[in-house]
Design a protein around this ligand. Structure first.
Ligand code: ZN
Length: 148
């Protein structure tokens, strides 16, 4: 269809109207985002430090192997935070190796032991079977409380 092609203006240009000087603010700096990311990194460092101090470098799941990484009880995708209550110092890595792998491969077992939590669970309130401390509650400041 090639008809017309006539452009119609529905409203006249108002070239005579005073130019309202819109105050143009500079592009929003992403300072808040940077601050948030920095805070996240600081929380991660602190949680890892507290968990490593709690574990003494031994896997808190098996109690045998050297701990190599922070295993989230409630994952970031479930709203889990970087907190000593939400983490275990675990051996292995990722989804296959060591206790970290075991947790991911056997979620039902991991939930029974409190090594893995569901979205609606609060880490500070859910007991965990700790390799040598028994059934305990983990606190966000890196301490443990007997759960029974
Ligand atoms: Zn282990």
């Amino acid at each position: 269809m090639s008809g017309g092609g006539e452009l119609r203006r529905t409203a006249p240009l108002r070239s005579s109207s005073p130019t309202a000087r819109a105050k143009v603010s500079p592009p929003a700096k992403s300072a808040s985002k940077l601050e948030r990311e920095a805070a996240d990194r600081a929380a991660e460092r602190e949680a890892k430090r507290l968990v490593r101090a709690r574990s003494g470098g031994r896997c808190e799941v098996c109690g045998i192997a050297a701990a190599t990484n922070f295993s989230h009880r409630k994952g970031a995708g479930q709203g889990g935070e970087w907190s000593a209550a939400n983490g275990l110092d675990a051996c292995g890595w990722g989804n296959t190796l060591g206790c970290h792998g075991r947790i991911h491969q056997r979620p039902e077992e991991a939930r029974e032991h409190g090594w893995m939590l569901r979205r609606n669970q609060v880490p500070e309130e859910e007991p965990v079977d700790h390799a040598w401390l028994g059934r305990v509650l983990l606190t966000s400041d890196g301490m443990v409380i007997p759960a029974d």
